[in-house]
Ligand binder design. Sequence first.
Ligand SMILES: Nc1ncnc2c1ncn2[C@@H]1O[C@H](COP(=O)(O)OP(=O)(O)OP(=O)(O)O)[C@@H](O)[C@H]1O
Ligand SMILES: O=P(O)(O)OC[C@H]1O[C@H](OP(=O)(O)OP(=O)(O)O)[C@H](O)[C@@H]1O
Length: 320
Amino acid sequence: MTDSSTNDPIRLNGKLLLAVPKKGRLKEKALALLDGSDIQFNRSDRSDIAFSPNTPVALVFLPAADIPAFVGRGNGALGITGTDCIAEYESREPPTETSGVEQILDLGFGRCKLQVQVPEKGEIQTAEQLVGKTIATSFDGLSRKYFRELEAKQSNGEVTNGNDGEAKLKTNILHLSGSVEAAYSLGMADAVVDLVESGLTMRVAGLKPIATVLESSAVLIRSKHPSDPKWVDLITARIRGVITAHQYVLCTYNVERRLLDKVHKITPGKRAPTINNLEEEGWVAVQAMVESNRTAVVMDELKEVGAQDILIIKLENTRQ
Ligand SMILES: Nc1ncnc2c1ncn2[C@@H]1O[C@H](COP(=O)(O)OP(=O)(O)OP(=O)(O)O)[C@@H](O)[C@H]1O
Ligand SMILES: O=P(O)(O)OC[C@H]1O[C@H](OP(=O)(O)OP(=O)(O)O)[C@H](O)[C@@H]1O
Protein backbone atom coordinates (compact mmCIF):
# COMPACT_ATOMS: atom_id res chain seq x y z
CA MET A 1 0.00 0.00 0.00
CA THR A 2 1.43 3.43 -0.91
CA ASP A 3 2.77 6.45 0.93
CA SER A 4 0.38 9.29 1.55
CA SER A 5 -0.93 9.76 5.06
CA THR A 6 -4.39 8.72 3.99
CA ASN A 7 -3.14 5.34 2.67
CA ASP A 8 -0.59 4.68 5.37
CA PRO A 9 -1.18 1.11 6.70
CA ILE A 10 -0.84 2.52 10.23
CA ARG A 11 -3.74 4.93 9.55
CA LEU A 12 -5.79 1.95 8.32
CA ASN A 13 -5.19 0.00 11.53
CA GLY A 14 -8.24 0.20 13.72
CA LYS A 15 -10.45 0.81 10.71
CA LEU A 16 -13.08 -1.74 9.65
CA LEU A 17 -12.22 -2.36 5.98
CA LEU A 18 -15.31 -2.68 3.77
CA ALA A 19 -14.55 -3.62 0.14
CA VAL A 20 -16.92 -2.38 -2.56
CA PRO A 21 -16.87 -2.81 -6.37
CA LYS A 22 -14.95 0.11 -7.92
CA LYS A 23 -16.60 -0.34 -11.36
CA GLY A 24 -18.98 -2.55 -13.34
CA ARG A 25 -22.54 -3.73 -12.82
CA LEU A 26 -22.48 -3.87 -9.02
CA LYS A 27 -20.90 -0.48 -8.25
CA GLU A 28 -23.89 1.88 -8.26
CA LYS A 29 -26.23 -0.36 -6.25
CA ALA A 30 -23.48 -1.10 -3.75
CA LEU A 31 -22.89 2.63 -3.21
CA ALA A 32 -26.66 3.17 -2.87
CA LEU A 33 -26.70 0.58 -0.07
CA LEU A 34 -23.91 2.42 1.76
CA ASP A 35 -25.82 5.68 1.35
CA GLY A 36 -29.01 4.11 2.74
CA SER A 37 -26.96 2.74 5.64
CA ASP A 38 -25.56 6.21 6.40
CA ILE A 39 -21.98 5.05 5.87
CA GLN A 40 -20.70 8.41 4.66
CA PHE A 41 -17.30 8.71 2.95
CA ASN A 42 -15.11 11.20 1.12
CA ARG A 43 -13.22 9.66 -1.81
CA SER A 44 -10.50 11.77 -3.38
CA ASP A 45 -9.87 11.31 -7.11
CA ARG A 46 -7.91 8.16 -8.03
CA SER A 47 -7.79 6.97 -4.43
CA ASP A 48 -9.04 3.43 -3.85
CA ILE A 49 -9.41 4.03 -0.11
CA ALA A 50 -11.94 6.39 1.49
CA PHE A 51 -12.45 7.01 5.20
CA SER A 52 -15.90 7.33 6.73
CA PRO A 53 -16.22 10.35 9.04
CA ASN A 54 -19.25 8.95 10.86
CA THR A 55 -18.25 5.28 11.33
CA PRO A 56 -14.98 3.38 12.04
CA VAL A 57 -15.14 2.12 8.42
CA ALA A 58 -12.58 2.59 5.65
CA LEU A 59 -13.99 1.78 2.22
CA VAL A 60 -11.69 -0.08 -0.18
CA PHE A 61 -12.62 0.16 -3.88
CA LEU A 62 -11.64 -3.01 -5.78
CA PRO A 63 -12.79 -4.92 -8.88
CA ALA A 64 -15.64 -7.24 -7.78
CA ALA A 65 -13.55 -10.27 -8.77
CA ASP A 66 -10.81 -9.33 -6.25
CA ILE A 67 -13.09 -8.73 -3.24
CA PRO A 68 -13.52 -12.40 -2.15
CA ALA A 69 -9.72 -12.85 -1.86
CA PHE A 70 -9.34 -9.50 -0.04
CA VAL A 71 -11.96 -10.52 2.57
CA GLY A 72 -11.21 -14.27 2.49
CA ARG A 73 -7.55 -13.77 3.32
CA GLY A 74 -8.50 -11.59 6.31
CA ASN A 75 -7.46 -8.18 4.93
CA GLY A 76 -11.04 -6.89 4.79
CA ALA A 77 -13.76 -7.41 7.37
CA LEU A 78 -16.71 -7.01 4.98
CA GLY A 79 -17.27 -6.91 1.23
CA ILE A 80 -19.94 -6.57 -1.46
CA THR A 81 -19.45 -8.82 -4.51
CA GLY A 82 -21.13 -11.48 -6.67
CA THR A 83 -21.47 -15.13 -5.66
CA ASP A 84 -19.86 -15.97 -9.01
CA CYS A 85 -16.71 -14.11 -7.87
CA ILE A 86 -16.75 -16.06 -4.59
CA ALA A 87 -17.08 -19.39 -6.41
CA GLU A 88 -14.24 -18.47 -8.77
CA TYR A 89 -12.02 -17.46 -5.84
CA GLU A 90 -12.84 -20.66 -3.91
CA SER A 91 -12.21 -22.81 -7.02
CA ARG A 92 -8.64 -21.50 -6.90
CA GLU A 93 -8.26 -21.15 -3.11
CA PRO A 94 -10.52 -23.65 -1.33
CA PRO A 95 -11.68 -22.23 2.05
CA THR A 96 -10.02 -23.45 5.26
CA GLU A 97 -10.79 -23.03 8.97
CA THR A 98 -9.13 -19.59 8.92
CA SER A 99 -9.60 -18.45 5.29
CA GLY A 100 -12.56 -17.98 3.01
CA VAL A 101 -15.68 -15.84 3.34
CA GLU A 102 -19.10 -16.09 4.99
CA GLN A 103 -22.02 -14.99 2.78
CA ILE A 104 -24.29 -13.13 5.21
CA LEU A 105 -26.88 -11.29 3.10
CA ASP A 106 -28.31 -11.59 -0.43
CA LEU A 107 -28.50 -7.98 -1.59
CA GLY A 108 -31.26 -8.48 -4.18
CA PHE A 109 -29.38 -7.27 -7.26
CA GLY A 110 -26.70 -8.42 -9.75
CA ARG A 111 -28.68 -11.53 -10.63
CA CYS A 112 -27.13 -13.39 -13.60
CA LYS A 113 -26.07 -16.88 -14.73
CA LEU A 114 -22.65 -18.23 -15.66
CA GLN A 115 -23.42 -20.23 -18.80
CA VAL A 116 -21.65 -22.37 -21.41
CA GLN A 117 -22.41 -20.70 -24.75
CA VAL A 118 -21.93 -22.20 -28.25
CA PRO A 119 -22.61 -20.94 -31.81
CA GLU A 120 -26.37 -20.66 -32.42
CA LYS A 121 -26.06 -22.34 -35.84
CA GLY A 122 -23.20 -24.71 -35.00
CA GLU A 123 -23.05 -28.52 -34.59
CA ILE A 124 -22.42 -28.48 -30.85
CA GLN A 125 -25.53 -29.03 -28.73
CA THR A 126 -24.14 -30.37 -25.43
CA ALA A 127 -21.26 -29.49 -23.09
CA GLU A 128 -19.96 -33.07 -23.45
CA GLN A 129 -19.24 -32.33 -27.11
CA LEU A 130 -16.90 -29.52 -25.98
CA VAL A 131 -14.48 -31.85 -24.18
CA GLY A 132 -11.06 -31.43 -25.80
CA LYS A 133 -11.98 -28.17 -27.50
CA THR A 134 -11.05 -24.54 -26.62
CA ILE A 135 -13.25 -22.57 -24.23
CA ALA A 136 -12.78 -18.80 -23.69
CA THR A 137 -13.70 -17.41 -20.27
CA SER A 138 -12.86 -14.97 -17.46
CA PHE A 139 -13.81 -17.72 -14.99
CA ASP A 140 -10.84 -20.07 -15.40
CA GLY A 141 -11.16 -21.87 -12.07
CA LEU A 142 -14.86 -22.58 -12.41
CA SER A 143 -14.49 -23.61 -16.08
CA ARG A 144 -11.63 -26.02 -15.30
CA LYS A 145 -13.68 -27.51 -12.44
CA TYR A 146 -16.77 -27.85 -14.67
CA PHE A 147 -14.93 -29.58 -17.54
CA ARG A 148 -12.81 -31.72 -15.18
CA GLU A 149 -16.04 -33.16 -13.73
CA LEU A 150 -17.43 -33.65 -17.25
CA GLU A 151 -14.30 -35.45 -18.45
CA ALA A 152 -14.24 -37.65 -15.33
CA LYS A 153 -17.85 -38.72 -16.03
CA GLN A 154 -16.99 -39.48 -19.67
CA SER A 155 -14.00 -41.61 -18.71
CA ASN A 156 -15.87 -43.31 -15.81
CA GLY A 157 -13.44 -41.73 -13.37
CA GLU A 158 -10.28 -42.92 -15.21
CA VAL A 159 -8.08 -39.81 -15.48
CA THR A 160 -4.46 -39.20 -16.44
CA ASN A 161 -2.71 -36.99 -13.87
CA GLY A 162 -0.50 -34.07 -14.89
CA ASN A 163 2.83 -33.20 -13.23
CA ASP A 164 0.93 -31.29 -10.49
CA GLY A 165 -0.88 -34.51 -9.56
CA GLU A 166 -4.17 -32.96 -10.74
CA ALA A 167 -6.21 -34.72 -13.42
CA LYS A 168 -4.82 -33.51 -16.79
CA LEU A 169 -7.56 -31.50 -18.52
CA LYS A 170 -8.28 -32.44 -22.14
CA THR A 171 -10.33 -29.25 -22.64
CA ASN A 172 -8.32 -26.10 -23.31
CA ILE A 173 -9.35 -23.13 -21.12
CA LEU A 174 -8.37 -19.76 -22.64
CA HIS A 175 -8.44 -16.81 -20.19
CA LEU A 176 -9.90 -13.52 -21.44
CA SER A 177 -10.51 -10.62 -19.04
CA GLY A 178 -13.48 -9.14 -20.93
CA SER A 179 -15.65 -9.15 -24.10
CA VAL A 180 -15.49 -12.93 -23.89
CA GLU A 181 -18.43 -13.55 -26.22
CA ALA A 182 -16.38 -12.18 -29.16
CA ALA A 183 -13.82 -15.02 -28.82
CA TYR A 184 -15.79 -17.43 -31.06
CA SER A 185 -16.28 -15.01 -33.95
CA LEU A 186 -12.59 -14.02 -33.68
CA GLY A 187 -11.63 -17.67 -34.14
CA MET A 188 -10.05 -17.85 -30.68
CA ALA A 189 -12.37 -20.47 -29.18
CA ASP A 190 -15.05 -23.08 -29.97
CA ALA A 191 -17.29 -21.89 -27.12
CA VAL A 192 -17.34 -19.49 -24.16
CA VAL A 193 -18.27 -19.56 -20.47
CA ASP A 194 -19.55 -16.13 -19.45
CA LEU A 195 -22.25 -14.27 -17.53
CA VAL A 196 -25.76 -13.88 -18.92
CA GLU A 197 -28.42 -11.51 -17.60
CA SER A 198 -30.76 -10.46 -20.44
CA GLY A 199 -28.96 -12.65 -23.03
CA LEU A 200 -28.49 -9.69 -25.40
CA THR A 201 -24.69 -9.85 -25.55
CA MET A 202 -24.85 -13.60 -26.17
CA ARG A 203 -27.42 -13.33 -28.99
CA VAL A 204 -25.63 -10.43 -30.67
CA ALA A 205 -22.49 -12.60 -30.68
CA GLY A 206 -24.47 -15.40 -32.43
CA LEU A 207 -24.28 -17.69 -29.40
CA LYS A 208 -26.81 -19.73 -27.38
CA PRO A 209 -26.61 -21.25 -23.87
CA ILE A 210 -26.36 -25.05 -23.55
CA ALA A 211 -25.54 -25.37 -19.82
CA THR A 212 -25.57 -23.28 -16.64
CA VAL A 213 -22.46 -23.50 -14.45
CA LEU A 214 -24.01 -21.44 -11.63
CA GLU A 215 -26.50 -18.69 -10.84
CA SER A 216 -25.15 -15.53 -9.19
CA SER A 217 -26.35 -12.52 -7.21
CA ALA A 218 -24.71 -9.77 -5.19
CA VAL A 219 -24.09 -10.61 -1.54
CA LEU A 220 -22.60 -9.07 1.59
CA ILE A 221 -19.66 -11.18 2.76
CA ARG A 222 -17.60 -11.15 5.95
CA SER A 223 -14.29 -12.63 6.89
CA LYS A 224 -14.30 -15.60 9.26
CA HIS A 225 -12.35 -13.62 11.87
CA PRO A 226 -13.37 -9.96 11.51
CA SER A 227 -11.33 -7.33 13.35
CA ASP A 228 -14.32 -5.69 15.04
CA PRO A 229 -17.31 -8.10 15.27
CA LYS A 230 -19.51 -5.50 17.03
CA TRP A 231 -19.25 -3.01 14.18
CA VAL A 232 -19.49 -5.80 11.58
CA ASP A 233 -22.83 -6.81 13.13
CA LEU A 234 -23.99 -3.18 13.27
CA ILE A 235 -23.06 -2.46 9.63
CA THR A 236 -24.77 -5.74 8.64
CA ALA A 237 -27.94 -4.71 10.53
CA ARG A 238 -27.95 -1.33 8.77
CA ILE A 239 -27.58 -2.91 5.31
CA ARG A 240 -30.22 -5.55 6.15
CA GLY A 241 -32.57 -2.71 7.15
CA VAL A 242 -32.07 -0.96 3.79
CA ILE A 243 -32.66 -4.20 1.84
CA THR A 244 -35.84 -4.97 3.78
CA ALA A 245 -37.04 -1.42 3.13
CA HIS A 246 -36.54 -1.99 -0.61
CA GLN A 247 -38.37 -5.35 -0.51
CA TYR A 248 -41.50 -4.00 1.27
CA VAL A 249 -43.85 -1.02 1.14
CA LEU A 250 -46.33 0.15 3.81
CA CYS A 251 -49.97 -0.28 2.70
CA THR A 252 -52.67 1.66 4.58
CA TYR A 253 -56.42 1.64 3.95
CA ASN A 254 -59.83 2.02 5.58
CA VAL A 255 -62.29 -0.87 5.73
CA GLU A 256 -65.47 -1.92 7.55
CA ARG A 257 -64.63 -4.03 10.62
CA ARG A 258 -66.92 -6.82 9.32
CA LEU A 259 -64.51 -7.29 6.36
CA LEU A 260 -61.35 -7.71 8.49
CA ASP A 261 -61.17 -11.47 7.92
CA LYS A 262 -61.20 -10.94 4.15
CA VAL A 263 -58.59 -8.13 4.06
CA HIS A 264 -56.35 -9.96 6.57
CA LYS A 265 -55.89 -12.73 3.97
CA ILE A 266 -54.71 -10.07 1.46
CA THR A 267 -52.45 -8.04 3.79
CA PRO A 268 -51.34 -10.29 6.67
CA GLY A 269 -48.32 -8.00 7.14
CA LYS A 270 -44.69 -9.01 7.75
CA ARG A 271 -45.48 -9.82 11.38
CA ALA A 272 -49.13 -8.66 11.72
CA PRO A 273 -51.21 -5.68 10.49
CA THR A 274 -51.85 -2.64 12.72
CA ILE A 275 -55.56 -1.89 13.17
CA ASN A 276 -56.95 1.39 14.59
CA ASN A 277 -60.56 2.40 15.10
CA LEU A 278 -61.84 5.19 12.88
CA GLU A 279 -64.11 7.94 14.20
CA GLU A 280 -66.72 6.50 11.84
CA GLU A 281 -68.74 3.72 13.55
CA GLY A 282 -67.92 0.20 12.29
CA TRP A 283 -64.84 1.32 10.28
CA VAL A 284 -61.13 0.68 10.99
CA ALA A 285 -57.82 1.89 9.53
CA VAL A 286 -55.32 -0.87 8.64
CA GLN A 287 -51.51 -0.63 8.16
CA ALA A 288 -49.51 -3.61 6.85
CA MET A 289 -46.14 -4.29 5.19
CA VAL A 290 -46.57 -5.67 1.66
CA GLU A 291 -43.89 -7.07 -0.71
CA SER A 292 -42.96 -4.31 -3.18
CA ASN A 293 -43.48 -6.62 -6.17
CA ARG A 294 -47.12 -7.40 -5.16
CA THR A 295 -48.33 -3.80 -4.69
CA ALA A 296 -50.67 -3.58 -7.72
CA VAL A 297 -52.28 -7.00 -7.12
CA VAL A 298 -52.82 -6.22 -3.42
CA MET A 299 -54.50 -2.91 -4.22
CA ASP A 300 -56.77 -4.60 -6.79
CA GLU A 301 -57.80 -7.31 -4.31
CA LEU A 302 -58.38 -4.83 -1.46
CA LYS A 303 -60.60 -2.69 -3.70
CA GLU A 304 -62.45 -5.82 -4.77
CA VAL A 305 -63.42 -6.72 -1.19
CA GLY A 306 -64.46 -3.17 -0.26
CA ALA A 307 -61.39 -1.42 1.19
CA GLN A 308 -61.20 2.34 0.59
CA ASP A 309 -58.58 5.15 0.67
CA ILE A 310 -55.79 2.65 -0.14
CA LEU A 311 -52.31 4.22 0.13
CA ILE A 312 -48.84 2.78 -0.67
CA ILE A 313 -45.93 4.36 1.20
CA LYS A 314 -42.33 3.60 0.16
CA LEU A 315 -39.96 2.76 3.02
CA GLU A 316 -36.53 4.39 3.30
CA ASN A 317 -35.12 2.21 6.05
CA THR A 318 -36.16 -0.34 8.66
CA ARG A 319 -34.64 -2.17 11.62
CA GLN A 320 -35.97 -5.61 12.57
N1 LIG B 1 -24.83 -8.60 -17.04
C1 LIG B 1 -24.80 -8.70 -15.71
N2 LIG B 1 -25.92 -8.69 -15.01
C2 LIG B 1 -25.90 -8.76 -13.66
N3 LIG B 1 -24.78 -8.85 -12.93
C3 LIG B 1 -23.67 -8.89 -13.61
C4 LIG B 1 -23.62 -8.81 -15.01
N4 LIG B 1 -22.35 -8.85 -15.40
C5 LIG B 1 -21.64 -8.93 -14.24
N5 LIG B 1 -22.45 -8.99 -13.19
C6 LIG B 1 -22.08 -9.09 -11.78
O1 LIG B 1 -21.12 -8.06 -11.57
C7 LIG B 1 -19.88 -8.65 -11.25
C8 LIG B 1 -18.78 -7.83 -11.83
O2 LIG B 1 -18.90 -7.95 -13.23
P1 LIG B 1 -18.57 -6.67 -14.17
O3 LIG B 1 -18.14 -7.23 -15.47
O4 LIG B 1 -19.69 -5.73 -14.18
O5 LIG B 1 -17.41 -5.97 -13.36
P2 LIG B 1 -15.93 -5.76 -13.78
O6 LIG B 1 -15.50 -6.86 -14.70
O7 LIG B 1 -15.17 -5.59 -12.51
O8 LIG B 1 -16.02 -4.35 -14.52
P3 LIG B 1 -15.84 -4.14 -16.05
O9 LIG B 1 -16.60 -5.26 -16.74
O10 LIG B 1 -16.48 -2.80 -16.26
O11 LIG B 1 -14.36 -4.19 -16.28
C9 LIG B 1 -19.97 -10.06 -11.85
O12 LIG B 1 -19.04 -10.93 -11.26
C10 LIG B 1 -21.39 -10.43 -11.54
O13 LIG B 1 -21.48 -10.83 -10.19
O1 LIG C 1 -26.89 -10.88 -20.79
P1 LIG C 1 -26.52 -9.41 -20.84
O2 LIG C 1 -27.56 -8.53 -20.21
O3 LIG C 1 -26.13 -8.97 -22.23
O4 LIG C 1 -25.23 -9.22 -19.91
C1 LIG C 1 -24.17 -10.12 -20.04
C2 LIG C 1 -22.88 -9.35 -20.25
O5 LIG C 1 -22.64 -8.52 -19.08
C3 LIG C 1 -21.30 -8.65 -18.66
O6 LIG C 1 -20.45 -7.89 -19.49
P2 LIG C 1 -20.13 -6.35 -19.15
O7 LIG C 1 -21.19 -5.53 -19.77
O8 LIG C 1 -19.94 -6.20 -17.67
O9 LIG C 1 -18.77 -6.13 -19.91
P3 LIG C 1 -17.49 -7.12 -19.90
O10 LIG C 1 -17.82 -8.19 -20.91
O11 LIG C 1 -16.34 -6.26 -20.25
O12 LIG C 1 -17.41 -7.70 -18.49
C4 LIG C 1 -20.98 -10.09 -18.95
O13 LIG C 1 -19.57 -10.27 -19.07
C5 LIG C 1 -21.70 -10.34 -20.29
O14 LIG C 1 -20.86 -10.01 -21.37
